[in-house]
Design a protein around this ligand. Structure first.
Ligand SMILES: [Zn+2]
Length: 535
């Protein structure tokens, strides 16, 4: 039985004509071969699996072909057959990632001085060229400055900004874009038909999307699917991709946005079973939410700015539309803080789960809704009291100030007292909360997990309500959060304020029982409704 050749090798294009995508690059290079106006050095830039190395080899064959057809290799002449052999001396392949030292570079550059064995050109392909050491770059530069007439250098990189300007200036640059999912899917269809494997369009599209513009990744995923020896459908693809692809991040985000705690915990279970590191996942997920925020802010430039395939960008824009900006911010904050919460959590899994629950349960929408409900309830009670008093059903009894006659005008300024000073601190706190609720809902939600336990001399002590809220305490104790809260307090108090997080749950100090003042009663019920009686 013939040894199974991996799909990626089997479907590696041997001619420009059989390449999928990269039409601009392919046309330009074919044109150069046709007219003989070749450069001595090329720089191929683009993300992994977009065809840089394949194109380099196609170019090497085309420039050496004895009977080129429209700038493309014929695939039949002796040169073409020799160069299809991976071990040809006329195509030198060098992986800078594993040979970054100057010694490695020098020894291969020595072979450059020997002309090609058969064809007209010798092609030197350097993969991941940005990984070369500074000395190795210098050695390469010397050769690039005065290349032998038969040499063509092709430098490939995923990170062109790391290539020195001296090298860049000697190269003709070509950018390899991500291959659209539709085109990748077309090639996957050819491959499954050739292998006599049944596959649904949905499954192939799913693979194409997961590959994010890289043909090599797409074919590798398809290979894994075919390895299961069954029809390739969406269930199988999902199983093969598991928690390793972007769609998992979308699924997890969806559960949080929908406040579906059971789906969120289910995702975490999958993650744990697949052996993921909670802290790493939390960072990755915070990155996902950050992309959602960017997608919300600049949907038009999103794909280009973030270097994403159009299909992937569309998914982000779609999901970003399902949640408010402040909601996404608060989810992102929660997951950015998992790192520090891990120190206080009983287990890493617990930290991730409590972050997920937190994101599901504490939403500013829910908070605002709860506040509105409460306000409405109080308004209702007040209205019914006012009605009852107006109807004479209720008499309000207050202790009359000792000797003074009942005042006609209720407006009298309060005298300063220690009690008033405390109330001022409380007022500063309340105003700060109102401001945070508006400007920083994430922090506001965390503060809602606890309460102010004391406030004196512009120092505000906050404590979590319960042991479970220890997570919020950990987050609020972080210097950047504390600074944000202090900044808000200070701007309202108009002097420096301190915010201190107590780690142990505490209850709010019980205010001294105070008889309602006459002013309050007048203000609330209206002077005309009050009759003062001696008790
Ligand atoms: Zn040929």
């Amino acid at each position: 039985m013939a040894e199974h050749q991996v799909l990626y090798r089997q479907w590696r294009p041997l001619t420009f004509a059989s390449m999928v995508g990269q039409e601009l690059v392919v046309n330009a290079l074919r044109n150069q071969v046709r007219t003989g106006r070749l450069a001595h050095a090329y720089l191929f830039c683009g993300s992994r699996g977009t065809g840089k190395t394949s194109t380099a080899k196609i170019l090497a064959r085309a420039v050496n072909c004895e009977n080129p057809k429209d700038g493309d290799a014929c695939g039949e002449c002796e040169s073409c057959r020799r160069l299809q052999d991976e071990s040809s001396f006329d195509i030198l392949e060098y992986d800078a990632a594993s040979n970054s030292r100057v010694e490695d570079m020098r020894s291969i550059l020595e072979t450059v001085q020997y002309p090609p064995q058969y064809g007209r050109y010798k092609v030197f392909v350097i993969d991941e060229v940005h990984m070369l050491s500074a000395n190795a770059f210098n050695a390469l530069l010397k050769t690039l400055e005065e290349p032998p007439s038969y040499m063509i250098f092709i430098l490939a990189t995923t990170e062109p900004h790391k290539v020195p300007a001296t090298i860049l200036s000697r190269c003709q640059r070509y950018d390899f874009g991500r291959i659209p999912a539709r085109q990748i899917m077309g090639r996957l269809r050819e491959a499954v038909d050739h292998e006599n494997v049944k596959a649904t369009d949905g499954a192939l599209m799913q693979i194409a999307r997961a590959a994010e513009g890289g043909m090599r990744d797409a074919l590798s995923i398809l290979d894994m699917c075919i390895g299961y020896g069954q029809d390739v459908d969406e269930t199988l693809v999902r199983h093969v991709l598991g928690t390793s692809d972007r769609s998992f991040l979308f699924r997890f985000a969806e559960s949080l946005i929908n406040q579906d705690a059971s789906a969120a915990l289910g995702c975490i279970d999958e993650l744990m079973n697949a052996g993921h590191e909670p802290a790493v996942f939390a960072r990755e997920f915070a990155g996902h939410v950050r992309l959602l925020l960017v997608a919300r802010t600049i949907p038009d430039q999103f794909a280009a700015t973030m270097d994403l395939a159009e299909e992937t960008a569309a998914s982000y824009i779609g999901q970003a539309g399902t949640a408010s900006e402040s909601r996404l911010m608060s989810i992102m904050d929660i997951f950015l803080d998992v790192d520090s919460a891990l120190r206080y959590a009983a287990s890493p899994r617990f930290a991730l789960e409590s972050a997920a629950l937190h994101a599901c349960l504490r939403t500013e929408e829910a908070d605002t809704a709860a506040l509105l409900d409460r306000v409405q309830e109080l308004e209702g009670k007040l209205k019914s009291l006012q009605d009852q008093i107006a109807g004479g059903a209720v008499q309000v009894t207050v202790s009359k100030p000792n000797t003074e006659p009942a005042p006609k005008e209720p407006a009298r300024p309060r005298k300063a007292s220690p009690a008033v000073k405390d109330r001022t601190m409380e007022q500063i706190w309340k105003d700060a909360m109102t401001q945070l609720a508006r400007n920083d809902p994430g922090t506001f939600a965390q503060l809602g997990q606890g309460q102010l336990v004391s406030a004196e001399a512009y120092t505000f002590h906050w404590a979590p309500k319960s042991e479970e809220a220890g997570f919020s305490a950990a987050i609020l104790a972080k210097p950047d959060k504390t600074a944000r809260i202090e900044e808000t307090l200070s701007s309202i108090a108009e002097q420096p304020c301190h915010f201190i997080v107590n780690r142990t749950p505490g209850s709010a100090p019980q205010p001294e029982a105070e008889a309602p003042s006459l002013d309050d009663v007048y203000k609330t019920f209206g002077a005309e409704n009050i009759t003062i009686q001696e008790s």
